[in-house]
Structure formats: C-alpha cells, structure tokens
Write a protein that binds this ligand. Structure first.
Ligand code: ATP
Ligand code: MG
Length: 440
C-alpha cells in the first residue's frame, strides 16, 4: 500500500479511536459517532470543494491544493496527465511548425482548400505563382482570388489525376502545371509547378529542328537535281551507274525525312485548336485516296475493302486528314504481305464522334513496342519490318494531327495476325446526315 493510502487509513483509524474513547468516557455513543463522523465527512467535503475549484480554474500546478493522503494522490495523477498532455501538444506543435517550414520553402506553390473551396493555408511562393497571399487571402473563396476558368474547372470538377498547363495568373511569363489532390475530410491540396524553363527549352529544340530542316532542304534540292540529271545521262560510265542511282535514292530519302520533320514542326506550332478546319466529306476524300492508291502497285498487290458511312463528315483541314489516311494506309500496305486484305472503315462511334479504322492482316507488332510507335524515328526492329523503307515519322505525324483536333489514336495488334489503327475525332467536330447512308 502506498503512503497516501496509509495516511488515509490512519485518519480513519484515528476517527474510529476518537469515537470509541469519547463514547466510553462520556457514555454518549450516538453523539460521539455524529461528531467524529461529521468531522471526517466535513474535512473531506472541504478538500473536495478546493479540489473542484482548482480544476475549474485550469488545474495549474502552482495553485494545486496543498493536501495530503488520497487527495494528494489525485492531485499528483492529474498533474502527471496534464504534463504528458502538455508535452504531447508541444511535440505536435513542433512537428506542425516543422512541416509548415518545409512546405513554405517548397519550390512549388501549395494551397490547402477546405470543403467550401476556401483557402485554409498557403505557402509563400503561391503569391508569385498564383497570386494568393498568405496574409490577405486565407478564408477567401479560391475562385474569387484566381479567376482563370481552366484552373477553377480543375479545382471544382475535374478528377484528381488530371493536371493542366496554364499561364500563371500572377505572371504572364510563367507557365504552370497545376494538380489537385483530395485528402482528409473534403480537403483539397492544390500544387502549381513552374515549367517555364522546360517549355522554353522545348521551343528552342523545335525551332532548331524547324530551322535546320528548312536550311538543309535548299542545298539538298540542288544535289538531288544534279543527281537526277546524272541518273538520266546515257553517257555515264556503267561502273558509276549504280553509285549515282544509290546516291540519288538516299538524297530522296533525306528529302522525305526533312519534309516530314517540317510537317511535324508545323503541326506542333499549330497545336490544339477547337475551330480549325472546314467540314470535309470524308467518304469523297477516301474515294479520291483509293483512286490514288489504285494508280500505284499496292492496289494490285493488296485487296482493299471499305466500310465507309456516307454522309459522315468531319471538321478538319483536308490536307491533314489526307496525310493521316495516307500514312495509315501506306503502313498497312508496307507491313502486310501481298495478296492480303486491308480494311478501311469510317464509322460513327458509341464513345467518340467518328473513327477511321485501318485494319491489316500483316506482320503485327509486339505489345512492348505499341506505346513507342508514335515516337519520332521509332521503327520496330523486326526482321520482317527492317527491310521495308521508312523514316519512322509517319505515326508521329498521325498522332500530332489527331491530337490537334482533340481526338486520339489507338493501336491494337497481334503478332503475325495483323493490326488495327484507329483514329477518333470528338463528336463536336462530326456531322452526320443519315439520308446519304450508302456505303462506298
Ligand atoms: P514512314 O515515316 O515512312 O511512315 P515508318 O512506316 O517506318 O516510316 P511509322 O509509320 O511511324 O514509320 O511506323 C513506325 C513503325 O511502326 C514502323 O517502322 C513499323 O515497324 C511499325 N508499324 C507501323 N504500322 C504498322 C502496321 N500496320 N503493321 C506492323 N507494323 C507497323
Ligand atoms: Mg509509315
């Protein structure tokens, strides 16, 4: 038994002995019990009152009631619990200020919003990137401070995985990539990263490629011209014939590469546009394309089947749509054996607006290459395809064209069975009049 309880028991024993002695001496037992019991209960009631006042006033250690026995024990317990609480609070406060210090010096703008989309916390750099001030704007609605439609749409309705690239609302020279993450109970963490440097480098790279391609084309045209004259020259010694022929072919190949690079540069510079293009009668264009292919050897070596929905039109730049179709169809011809069939479909889609599908029964592509096919100069290193001439820029051009129209390219392929390349245009670009629904 600890000393506090010993003191308390001693008190009780003292009260009992006093009651006994007083009762024996005076013979008034009832009075003895009442007086001694009253004293004990009264003393405890007095301690209880002091104790209650102490707790009510905040239970500060300095003003703890000076009590002994079990009351002292209770005061000690409360004191220890309070100290442990204080230490924990201190540790939590230190941790919180540590995290705040880290978050404040992060190079990314960081903003915490509550469920009403009001600013709850913001770091310093958010001022120069998003125009949100840590002192002025806490408690304000985010959309009242940052008035950029794309950013407010992202915060209010877009899924967490989405991120957008926008010009900084605080500085038009900065490009930002903005993301948001939901956490806790309805809280949102918004981050903005400055990508101006990366964009500037990309621009520099694109400008370099465009300029180099442009500058190289002029001397190459001259070289090709002379080589063409030499190829046709009947007086050329026979031992040089092969060399000149080969050099001419390589010069033409270089010209094709430069041409494709210039097309890519133009497509990149143009970028996404909701309004560009005119309504194009795709079935008509496909008929023209078929005629062009009929003039080439391919028509006689491959069976070309069509499933083209008449009256299904799309808003695009004609030359770009032509180039897209031509790239896909020429790939289908190049990478499938003579005699096999190629199917060209132009159809309405359940999920997207309208899709052009080119299906072949050719060599197919291994799954590990699929995601890389649209990279510049990427060619599958496969015995069957290596022999075929190409620059590896065709699908890159296709991807740029379709993405500039807000659409997408999908590739499905099975090795030795064939491939389907699908390009889909968003429904807002598509118009369809069913009355002209004959098939080509
Ligand atoms: P070019 O720039 O002349 O079109 P390319 O055809 O080699 O050259 P892409 O059209 O970009 O370049 O195609 C990239 C690669 O994807 C090809 O080299 C080929 O390996 C593979 N590929 C493309 N289409 C098909 C297809 N229909 N079947 C099998 N492989 C294909
Ligand atoms: Mg190609």
């Amino acid at each position: 038994m600890n000393s506090a309880w010993s003191i308390e028991f001693s008190r009780i024993v003292l009260v009992l002995v006093s009651t006994l002695v007083f009762g024996l001496v005076s013979g008034y037992w009832l009075l003895s019990v009442a007086v001694n019991g009253g004293l004990y209960v009264g003393w405890n009631a007095y301690q209880l009152r002091r104790f209650e006042r102490w707790i009510r006033s905040g239970a500060h250690t300095a003003s703890a009631p000076d009590a002994s026995g079990v009351w002292e024990l209770i005061v000690q317990h409360i004191y220890r619990t309070q100290k442990a609480n204080k230490d924990r609070k201190k540790r939590l406060a230190q941790l919180a200020s540590h995290y705040h210090a880290i978050m404040s010096v992060l190079p990314d703008a960081t903003v915490v919003l509550n469920q009403n989309l009001e600013v709850e916390w913001v770091n310093k750099i958010s001022q120069s990137m998003l125009g949100i001030d840590a002192n002025r704007d806490v408690g304000q609605k985010f959309s009242n401070i940052v008035r950029v439609t794309d950013i407010t749409r992202l915060i209010e309705s877009a899924p967490d995985a989405e991120e957008i690239e926008v010009v900084s609302p605080a500085d038009i020279n900065k490009m930002l990539v903005i993301k948001k993450i939901h956490y806790g109970e309805g809280k949102i963490l918004v981050t903005a990263r400055d990508i101006s440097q990366r964009i500037a480098l990309q621009k520099l790279r694109k400008a370099f490629i465009a300029n180099a391609s442009h500058e190289l084309r002029t001397p190459l045209t001259v070289i090709s011209g002379y080589l063409e004259m030499l190829v046709d020259d009947e007086e050329l010694p026979p031992n040089l014939n092969n060399i000149v022929q080969n050099t001419y072919l390589q010069a033409q190949r270089m010209d094709n590469i430069l041409g494709d690079l210039l097309v890519l540069s133009k497509l990149e510079e143009k970028g996404y546009s909701e309004t560009s293009g005119d309504i194009l009668d795709v079935p008509q264009l496909i008929k023209r394309l078929v005629n062009d292919f009929q003039k080439t050897k391919a028509r006689s070596t491959h069976r070309i089947e069509f499933d083209v929905t008449e009256g299904l039109k799309v808003k695009v730049v004609e030359s770009e749509f032509y180039s897209l179709c031509q790239n896909l169809i020429s790939n289908a011809i190049k990478y499938s054996p003579p005699g096999s069939s190629i199917r060209i479909a132009w159809v309405l889609s359940d999920t997207a607006g309208a899709c052009l599908k080119v299906t072949d029964n050719g060599v197919g592509i291994k799954p590990e290459h699929l995601s890389r096919l649209t990279e510049r100069f990427y060619r599958v290193d496969q015995n069957t395809t290596r022999k075929v001439n190409g620059t590896g820029l065709g699908l890159s051009i296709v991807k740029h064209i379709i993405e500039n129209y807000g659409g997408y390219l999908n590739i499905e392929s099975e090795i030795d069975k064939g491939s389907t390349f699908t390009t889909c245009f968003p429904s807002f670009r598509v118009s369809y009049h069913q009355d002209a629904s004959d098939k080509v």
